[in-house]
Write a protein that binds this ligand. Structure first.
Ligand code: GLN
Length: 552
């Protein structure tokens, strides 16, 4: 089977590759290019080299957070950037992993699709990749497919994506395909000069694979000098203006604006033969970015927010929460300092110190490690009127805390900890119906976008502007045990958001007579954008702002 005949003759392909180092921000660079092309139907695709079918089974400390799409797909966190920058709802099939590629290949082989031929890495693996890209382009009627190839050129695990990209460019022709290569320009101590050699070498790596980048983005702590641009251009065989500064920015939301200033659109339009029709509308985006910048440099006011979780070793574990806070802070014209506290090591002193924060978030999580610490944090937030948002596990544990300390149920717990050998006498959080006996871990949670019906007269109804139904994204296996709902409500806890009446899953809770205490079974951070911040984060920070005023 070959993908050669599947090109729709219309879509343009932009490939983003990376060189020199990983972690240079290919995802943000790709998303930034996408943001500038908002007049077109741009479909982002991420190609990852690992063999997991999706990142859902990976620990967030290894790979950063798992991003959940509306269709329930668990995908790489770069999709967060794509959705936030492109204002689009991603789809699972836009995420490709080598695990998916090989599953497809083996499935085809078992079905006899290859009719007796020998299945080989080439052409067959590259064919599966090309087929997939062509299929998305056609199905989505894409003007542009924006394809980020994971890792760094030369990584063995990504070789087939690179080869597929080369073949695809050959098939669709010069005018329909462009390669942008993101590299790193070091300024070594002592020399104090921008150095191009690593970039030259990584461009050579690409050339060896038959790919000649049209744009080179040099990530650097300073704007690229004309001298270095000329040098990279000479060795990369491209015009100097096609060498773009990928300047380190305080706010990632500045990057599209900076790419625009560097003239990236002209290069794209010229190469892809797109007749340009005016510049993208970035006014509101720019206004908010300017507010962020101003507050980074000399904050009007700084709010202190504690994020109390257990994935503290890797910043990316809570990537979307960080972004959601940035969005809300921009709209309130404040700076926000996020401190991550490890709930595994919560002692009396650290609990007492929580009062110095303007707001507390207990994020999503799994298992018993750090869980009692989270419950102690929640108790402090509830009893001391500290604005609080409990997300997913954070909401479930807020219910456990309330049951233990307000409903006379000291043995209340979540059934989730039973698998860690803890006996659970009062399971206020229990299995979602149907998930009790599921032993397979991959893809078996309740995932994706669901409607949430809001209770009339509740705080959350007000926060969501009087809406009666909202749509948010979920990823969980447990829920508030229906057997305990009335007991909790009798003692004052309000369930203010629930699922469709038939399954009646409690999806939001709040505590009255508190400046802001809300729990949500979903992940509001996943749908927050700079232009449209999540109402929950926005209102959490509003309450934090008020607390900070009252305390000063
Ligand atoms: N561990 C909980 C559950 O599976 C919460 C999940 C989460 O926080 N994403 O229901």
């Amino acid at each position: 089977m070959s993908g050669d005949n599947c090109y729709n003759g219309k879509s343009k392909f932009i490939f983003i590759t990376g060189g020199v180092l990983s972690g240079l921000g290919k995802g943000v660079a790709a998303a930034s290019i996408g943001a500038l092309l908002s007049r077109f139907r741009v479909i982002p695709v991420k190609c990852d080299g690992y063999l997991n079918v999706d990142p859902g089974t990976m620990n967030p400390i290894e790979h950063g957070e798992v991003f959940v799409l509306d269709d329930g797909g668990e995908v790489d966190m770069d999709f967060g950037h794509y959705e936030r920058f492109l204002n689009i709802n991603g789809k699972s099939e836009w995420s490709l992993t080598m695990g998916k590629v090989f599953s497809t290949l083996i499935e085809r082989e078992r079905q006899g699709v290859y009719a007796g031929t020998t299945i080989q890495f080439l052409p067959h693996v590259a064919d599966v990749i090309k087929d997939h890209l062509f299929k998305i382009a056609s199905k989505e009627n894409a003007d542009v497919l924006l394809i980020e190839i994971g890792g760094t050129v030369g990584d063995l695990e990504n070789e087939f994506y690179i080869e597929a990209a080369r073949q695809l460019s050959h098939i669709v022709g010069q005018d329909n395909c462009i390669f942008a290569h993101l590299t790193y320009i070091p300024i070594p101590n002592g020399v104090r000069e921008q150095k191009s050699k690593p970039t030259q070498m990584s461009v050579r790596d690409l050339n060896e694979r038959g790919i000649y980048p049209d744009i080179i983005i040099g990530r650097c702590s300073e704007p690229l000098t004309t001298k270095i641009k000329d040098k990279i251009a000479l060795y990369g065989n491209i015009p100097s203006k096609n060498v773009i500064s990928g300047l380190d920015m305080k706010s990632i939301y500045e990057i599209p604006l900076s790419f625009q200033e560097e003239g990236i659109l002209d290069i794209l339009f010229k190469k892809l033969k797109i007749s340009s029709t005016g510049s993208p509308k970035m006014d509101e985006w720019k206004r908010l970015v300017d507010i962020c910048k101003k507050n980074y440099e000399s904050p009007r006011k700084t709010l202190n927010v504690a994020l109390c979780g257990k994935y503290t070793q890797l910043e990316d574990s809570y990537a979307s929460i960080r972004e959601a806070i940035i969005h809300a802070a921009a709209h309130l014209n404040v700076a926000c300092k996020l401190t991550i506290l490890d709930t595994e090591s919560m002692d009396e002193a650290s609990l007492a110190n929580l009062s110095s924060f303007d707001a507390i978030i207990v994020p999503g999580g799994f298992g018993s490690r750090g869980m009692e610490g989270k419950i102690s944090v929640i108790k402090v937030a509830r009893e001391n009127n500290i604005p609080f948002l409990g997300i997913c596990y954070g909401m479930q544990l807020s219910v456990v805390e309330y049951a233990r300390h307000k409903c006379g149920m000291p043995l209340a717990n979540t059934i989730e900890v039973e698998s860690d050998g803890i006996e659970v006498k009062e399971p206020v959080i229990a299995f979602l119906p149907g998930l009790e006996y599921v032993k397979v871990l991959g893809g078996t949670l309740r995932k994706g976008g669901y409607d949430v019906f809001l209770k009339k007269g509740s705080l959350v109804e007000k926060i969501y502007n009087g809406a009666s139904v909202i749509r948010e994204r979920f990823r969980h296996r447990y829920e508030v045990n229906p057997m305990y709902i009335s007991k909790l409500e009798e003692k004052g806890l309000i369930f203010s958001g629930y699922s469709a009446k038939e399954d009646n899953i409690m999806q939001m809770m709040e505590i009255p007579d508190h400046p802001f205490f809300v729990g949500c079974q979903f992940h509001p951070e996943l749908t927050s954008t700079l232009l449209k911040p999540s109402p929950l984060f926005h209102n959490l920070l509003k309450a934090a702002d008020k607390r900070s005023d009252e305390r000063s």
